[in-house]
Design a protein around this ligand. Structure first.
Ligand code: ADP
Ligand code: ZN
Ligand code: ZN
Length: 796
């Protein structure tokens, strides 16, 4: 048996970013395993650690310290995830401990208590009083005993997250005697012992041996908790607890059946099938126009995987994770589905995670971090809307779910499907070079045709437009209203916001902490900073010149809603934006409101562009197509094209044909013109030429260094020092741009600079980048902070 554990400790410093040897105390030799979280002494501290290897001997000379105690009764990480963390730390310039923490649900990251409870009746001889936390057990030296009792099923171990979201349990009542014996007891009871008689009666009548307390008390309302307790003391019944999930179980009586595939779908289906059958890793790019039946294919591949007794991982961007999308998976696979997204509470996420770990769920549908779902025997990994930038984490480690998905696919010898109507140029170029297999769906399988897209030239329309609405769009909205059909309106908010400006002197109220104008919020008449949270009331008088002529500028969703209601007084609008969706589940409620046709228009920002599939929507309007085009981001055209194509795909998903009106000031610009025809392939070719000339991805790799400090001079000084440090190692074909101020140069009173590296091979500078990260991250946050991001998706 292994006696020594290699442990990654939770200390973020370069010298410590490697495993340390610890002795496993014999009493924990059963509990501590590969992947266990443990507490270890480290210098004067006690820190959390992850066991990443077990061995019999240490290469170290000095005497080893002992692990203090395990944090859980089962390991949190599998061997696969341990390896993956090692790769991530290396590839994404992060510390191993950060990578392992990222893989686990938040409930395990925060401070929490694990609590022992009696499973049935207490073992009185032991003189232990439960419930007791793991820590208390450890301090009173009863941990060993309790773990032994747990093994014998006498004791239950539950987790209490400190935010009070505990593992949820339900209480069960189990009959202790044979049914016939209750008859005798009943006869022996005094007639006025009403409650006791009722209880005995209940137990004798109950067919199942065990029933939930809730159900029992509901059927026999005169009984109380106290009656059950006294029944337990008399030996009539036992009371026990069982862990239950917070997630509502889904009714799986009428599961949907697979649809008959179209020829095009069938062809794509057949290309992937052999890799599922023969456990072969390969990456497929599924390029299919909106509504071409990609999701139906995902469902059918997953079904095949499940038939083989394997598991499936289905990733979607957070915003596309609508109730509709999850419902499609749940209604096909029922209880086998676990759903992971940020709308869940910590406790709910933890429950879903445990369900996967216990192998009760074999299909995981989730957003970015679900890529670390603790599945074994993965048979397929699917990333829908693979071009979405939200697949990259903005905090350290800056991993991209696509890279991780492919890594996991390799480990499990499983196919990976990247699906999109508008693939990222990187993925499409890899398919071009046959690194990925390209599958294409050019048609919708239903009789629905693609919607007809009209570009409205706002330069002409401006003359007779009403506010933000051109006459053609307004007319179309009114027409749908008459026909009782619905409309989706998109306000493109990339690089756009509503603010207040003085008409006399041009003064715009800015955030005192950041270099950005404050955003106007009409609901509470305040100005807010979306970066640091600063908030102040709207000023009526200009602080600079004293003028009373302060006006709203720009078009927030609230302004658009108001305008629309002025133009069409009885129109009903569901508005989805930053304000209306911050609270938990609000997103879902708003979508339901629209789906039930309680409103006529769904008005929103980017978040409404994806995944919605409402048959009654026959009109999509884009208020402002151009605003994202000229942002300082080499993907600006790509992102605009993707957005317009995606949102157009929301129209005409039912039997009725759809129309799309895109309002633009530049209708002949290729990103807009090609989105009109959903012509991805031509867009790809045009855009590739630009990227080639600019030496941008997919022709070059990129890495971005972001340098920030409370003092501008300091941030700049360090930026130039880093530049010099890197330049020493730079190779011929490497290009270094910057340092330059970020497009928002100051956020929350820190100044930001960036250096962009473009290269074909990273080898020569990997070492120096790693050194930079550990030199700058270990220090206090007050000082200079540097983050290094591979293939950055977001330049703002
Ligand atoms: P995508 O994921 O590409 O947007 P979906 O899978 O959502 O496409 O399909 C769009 C619509 O077409 C859905 O309503 C779906 O039920 C339907 N559909 C998909 N495949 C078929 C098929 N083979 N036969 C009939 N209807 C289909
Ligand atoms: Zn002024
Ligand atoms: Zn601010």
């Amino acid at each position: 048996m292994a006696e020594i554990a290699e442990v990654i400790v939770d200390v973020k410093a370069r010298q410590v970013n490697r495993p340390f040897d610890y002795l496993i105390p014999p009493e924990y030799s059963d509990t501590i395993a590969l992947g266990s979280r443990v507490i270890v002494p480290f210098g004067p501290r006690k820190v959390q650690g992850f066991v990443v290897r077990l061995k019999d001997q240490s290469e170290k000379e000095q005497t080893l310290k002992e692990i203090l105690y395990p944090m859980d009764s089962e390991p949190s990480l599998s061997e696969e995830l341990i390896q993956l963390g090692r790769f991530m730390a290396d590839h994404y310039f992060a510390f191993m401990t950060q990578c392992y923490e990222t893989m686990l649900p938040n409930a395990l990251k925060s401070s929490y208590d694990r609590v022992f409870e009696w499973h049935n009746e207490p073992v009185k001889e032991l003189n232990i009083h439960l419930p007791m936390t793991w820590q208390d057990a450890q301090q009173t030296n009863s941990l060993k005993t309790l773990l032994a009792l747990k093994k014998d099923n006498k004791v239950l171990l539950t987790t209490i997250v400190k935010d009070k979201k505990t593992v949820k349990t339900e209480t069960l009542v189990t009959r202790s005697l044979k049914r016939s014996q209750y008859k005798d007891i009943f006869e022996s009871l005094r007639p006025n012992a009403k409650k006791q008689r009722e209880l005995v009666m209940a137990l004798s009548l109950q067919t199942a041996k065990t029933i939930t307390k809730e159900a029992l008390l509901k059927n026999y309302p005169i009984l109380t908790q106290a009656d059950l307790k006294s029944g337990e003391e008399k030996g009539w019944l036992t009371i026990s607890k069982r862990e239950v999930s917070r997630m509502k179980p889904i009714e799986s009586d009428h599961l949907t059946r697979p649809l008959v595939l179209s020829n095009e779908q069938q062809e794509a289906y057949n290309r992937v099938l052999p890799t599922i059958e023969h456990n072969e890793h390969r990456v497929f790019l599924l390029e299919g126009v909106t509504g071409s039946g990609k999701t139906e294919l995902y469902l059918q591949w997953i079904q095949e995987v499940l038939k083989k007794g394997k598991t499936a991982l289905m990733l979607v961007p957070e915003i596309a994770l609508t109730p509709q999308m999850t419902a499609r998976f749940q209604s096909r696979f029922g209880k086998k589905v676990a759903v992971l997204h940020s709308g869940l509470s910590k406790g709910e996420r933890f429950d879903e995670w445990r369900k996967i770990k216990r192998k009760e769920a074999t299909v995981v549908v989730g957003a970015r971090s679900a890529v670390f779902a603790p599945l074994d025997y993965i048979g397929i990994i699917i990333l829908d809307e693979e071009h979405e930038s939200s697949y990259q984490q903005s905090e350290v480690p800056h991993y991209h779910a696509r890279d991780i998905a492919i890594r996991r696919g390799q480990y499990h010898d499983a196919p990976v499907i990247l699906g999109s109507a508008t693939p990222s140029l990187e993925s499409r170029a890899r398919a071009q070079k046959k690194v990925y297999d390209l599958l294409q769906l050019k048609h919708r399988p239903t009789k629905q045709s693609l919607p007809e897209v009209h570009l409205v030239d706002m330069r002409d329309a401006l003359l007779d437009s009403e506010g933000h609405f051109s006459q053609p769009l307004l007319k179309a909205i009114k027409d749908r209203l008459k026909k009782e059909e619905q409309t989706v309106l998109l306000l493109n908010r990339r690089g756009f916001s509503s603010y207040v400006m003085c008409r006399s002197c041009g003064h715009v109220p800015m955030c005192p902490n950041c270099d950005i104008s404050l955003t106007l919020h009409l609901d509470d008449h305040s100005l807010k900073c979306h970066y640091c949270g600063h908030q102040e009331p709207v000023q009526k008088v200009c602080p600079q010149c004293g003028s009373h002529d302060m006006r709203y500028v720009g078009s927030g969703t609230q302004q658009i809603e108001r305008e629309l209601k002025q133009l069409i007084p009885d129109i009903r609008v569901t508005r989805m934006d930053w304000d209306t969706t911050r609270k938990k589940n609000q997103h879902q409620h708003l979508l339901e409101e629209f789906a039930d046709h309680r409103t006529d228009v769904l008005l929103g920002t980017q978040m409404i562009a994806k995944g919605l599939d409402y048959p009654n929507v026959t009109l999509v309007g884009v208020i402002n197509a151009d605003t994202g085009l000229y942002l300082p981001d080499f993907r600006a055209f790509e992102k605009t094209f993707q957005l317009l194509t995606q949102v157009s795909g929301r129209a005409g998903r039912g039997d009725k044909p759809g129309d799309v009106y895109i309002q633009t000031y530049d209708p002949s610009f290729y990103a807009i013109r090609l989105a009109k025809n959903q012509d991805y392939e031509t867009f790809y070719e045009r855009e590739m030429q630009l990227r080639y000339r600019g030496k941008y991805p997919p022709f070059y790799y990129t890495t971005l260094l972001s340098i920030s400090a409370p003092l501008e001079q300091e941030a700049l000084r360090v930026s130039y020092r880093l530049k010099a440090q890197i330049e020493k190692h730079i190779s011929e074909d490497m290009i270094l741009l910057g340092p330059s101020p970020k497009s928002i140069a100051r956020i929350n009173n820190r100044y930001y600079f960036q250096i962009l590296l473009k290269y074909k091979k990273i080898d020569c500078i990997e070492g120096v980048l790693k050194k930079i990260v550990s030199d700058t991250q270990a220090k206090n946050k007050q000082d200079v902070y540097v983050k290094v991001e591979r293939e950055p998706q977001n330049f703002m």
